[in-house]
Write a protein that binds this ligand. Structure first.
Ligand code: SF4
Length: 93
């Protein structure tokens, strides 16, 4: 494995449903702080062997974490509220 392999589809581009405009594969593969977008397989599998690309460049564990759907903002907010409630009930305030 090497970085040349990682950029082999960089010149490909397609419409991004999340952003609402055309993006290149080079963006999708680093969309989250140098980590691929979690939708990379869904968006590209019809045009590129993207599942193989992921297998070649990331371990199984990395793929699981990369492809996991991120928590929604509502869930995150709900979790924060629950944590605050739990804290206040244990401190009695
Ligand atoms: S992989 Fe992510 S950034 Fe790339 S086109 Fe799909 S949704 Fe957009």
């Amino acid at each position: 494995m090497n970085d040349r392999n990682k950029d082999r589809f960089d010149s490909e581009s397609g419409y991004c449903r999340m952003l609402g405009h055309e993006v290149s594969f080079s963006y999708c593969r680093i969309a989250r702080n140098d980590i691929p977008c979690f939708r990379i397989i869904d968006c590209w599998f019809e045009r590129l062997p993207v599942a193989d690309y992921m297998k070649e460049n990331y371990t199984e564990e990395e793929q699981k974490s990369i492809l996991a759907k991120p928590a929604s903002k509502i869930n995150t907010l709900y979790d924060l509220i629950q944590q605050a409630k739990n804290r206040s009930s244990t401190t009695g305030s």
